[in-house]
Design a protein around this ligand. Structure first.
Ligand SMILES: Cc1cc2nc3c(=O)[nH]c(=O)nc-3n(C[C@H](O)[C@H](O)[C@H](O)COP(=O)(O)O)c2cc1C
Length: 202
């Protein structure tokens, strides 16, 4: 099959791309409004884009009424956010926080999630998350209807159980993966190793 996204299949772009480009990592983003209310919402148009500076991106779109989702609004205002990273144990809670609650109503409170203060920024992280990236906004790009939030990672918090104390590498963290739209996920707990050729490693 062939799909022409410049023409007749344009409307299929989301479901095709979101179901083919997967599994995707999930950013469970906490952000804060002007009243210090903590917002939490998941985003799977998300990835790390580089390490110098350490940088991530994610793409909060608009609500159905055409206004930016709360996460985007909060980040534009405060310039800070936390990317909480989770495994399957928090999957259902994470999905419930994707409910479109009115601006100023906290998904963190609705879901009884505990938060822990961050150390580099004012926005707290979700305590139960396996890891958290404390981020400051670098830039928001708007291309058509796409909104791309680029953030610099200032500090990383990882639960001790997921860090090998001798190598300081991550061990035993099996993040939840996002699969086909709208409601599919995957486990990542069967990793395997393929060693790269050493002579041209870059
Ligand atoms: C696993 C998952 C991934 C999602 N990824 C995105 C995404 O990449 N971009 C987006 O705009 N919405 C995404 N959503 C929907 C948002 O989470 C949802 O619109 C949420 O209400 C936004 O919350 P906010 O208005 O508090 O920012 C996703 C939902 C789920 C469950």
């Amino acid at each position: 099959m062939e799909f022409d996204l410049t023409g007749k299949d344009y409307e299929r772009a989301y479901s095709l791309l979101a179901s083919l480009v997967c599994p995707r990592p999930i950013a469970w983003v906490t952000s804060m409004n002007e009243n210090s209310t903590i917002n939490a919402a998941p985003f799977s148009f998300f990835n790390v884009v580089g390490d110098s500076p350490p940088m991530v991106m994610f793409c909060p779109g608009d609500r159905e009424d055409g206004t930016p989702k709360d996460t985007a609004r909060n980040i534009r205002r405060s310039g800070e956010f936390v990317v909480n990273l989770i495994d399957e144990t928090l999957a259902e809670s994470m999905v419930r926080t994707s409910a479109a609650l009115p601006y100023g109503v906290s998904e963190v409170d609705a879901e009884n999630l505990m938060t822990t203060p961050s150390r580099s920024i004012a926005v707290p992280r979700i305590t139960a998350a396996a890891a958290a990236l404390e981020c400051v906004l670098h830039e928001i790009l708007e291309i058509g209807q796409n909104r791309i939030v680029l953030g610099i990672v200032k500090r990383i918090q990882v639960k001790d159980e997921f860090v090998n104390p001798s190598s300081m590498r991550i061990k035993g963290f099996y993040p939840l993966g996002r699969m086909a739209s709208p409601d599919w996920y995957c486990r990542t707990n069967e990793p395997f190793e393929i060693v790269r050729p050493r002579w041209n490693r870059g």
